[in-house]
Design a protein around this ligand. Structure first.
Ligand code: NAP
Length: 243
């Protein structure tokens, strides 16, 4: 189903974005690998080894015009925009009463505004095609909060509201929009946490292991392939949040 489809993954140089890009490559999709500072050659090489086409576009997706550039380049190169995965994100953790204004703004801009920017530019293409899937990477933090992550939790909860509104707006033309809320996934983002914090998180995970990028990628594949699923949040968290 994904053979020959154009899949854009933002922030795909490493971590979850890299794993998602590779999973779609293995399904025969054409990959648009977005990166900002971290070079994306490793991702591109893995995609090519999987036998898929890869097109790299450097863009800071928190910038409205750079996000437009990414989407335009993808469409010009592969001829369509079928799946958009908004994965790019950052953390600037700190307790609320000490949090600097610039750390709040940076996280909202990088996580929430970036997601709006790419959706804003990709949705007209998808509406015209009368098909498309948008997948936004949120976090379980959006659902249950986390001390020291007021900015991050707000940005990821904002992504959920954006997901629901987008799903309703684009549904009449068959375009879906869903979110994935990962729990603790082993990447550079979580490697910086102290061992005692990691241990306390592990104790709260019923499946008693940290997740991998591949765990998240499987949910992304499922959402991209199911055209009767929209406005949903899939938690990939080892059972941390149950409802
Ligand atoms: P990561 O290893 O730090 O990778 C994040 C990637 O996003 C980096 O390559 C970074 O590029 C890129 N990026 C950030 N802002 C960008 C921007 N404005 N434009 C383009 N690229 C940008 O993090 P990760 O753990 O894979 O996280 C991926 C996503 O999953 C994030 O949205 C994160 O919030 C979410 N998530 C992660 C976890 C977890 O446990 N790891 C849990 C829940 C949700 P540069 O290196 O060039 O800055």
């Amino acid at each position: 189903m994904l053979q020959g489809k154009t899949v854009i993954v933002t922030g795909a140089a490493k971590g979850i974005g890299q794993a998602i890009a590779l999973a779609f490559a293995k399904e025969g999709a054409n990959l648009v690998v977005n990166y900002r500072h971290t070079p994306a050659e490793e991702t591109a090489e893995a995609i090519k080894q999987a036998g898929a086409s890869c097109f790299m576009v450097q863009a800071d997706v928190s910038d409205f015009s750079q996000a437009e550039h990414l989407i335009k380049e993808a469409k010009a190169h592969f001829g369509s925009v079928d799946v958009l995965i908004n994965n790019a994100g950052i953390t600037r953790d700190g307790l609320l009463m000490r949090m600097k204004e610039e750390d709040f703004d940076a996280v909202i801009t990088n996580n929430l505004k970036s997601t709006f920017n790419t959706i804003r530019h990709a949705s007209p293409i998808m509406l015209k095609q009368r098909s498309g899937a948008i997948i936004n990477i949120s976090s379980v933090t959006a659902l249950i909060g986390n001390a020291g992550q007021a900015n991050y939790a707000a940005s990821k909860a904002g992504i959920l509201g954006l997901t629901f509104a987008t799903a309703r707006e684009l549904a009449p033309r068959g375009v879906t929009c869903n979110a994935i809320a990962p729990g603790f996934i082993q990447t550079d983002m979580t490697d910086v946490l102290k061992d005692e914090i990691k241990e306390s998180i592990l104790a709260a995970i019923p499946l008693h292991r940290f997740g991998t990028g591949e765990d998240v990628a499987k949910a992304a594949l499922f959402l991209a392939e199911n055209t009767y699923l929209t406005g949903q949040v899939i938690r990939v968290d080892g059972g941390m949040v149950m409802q």
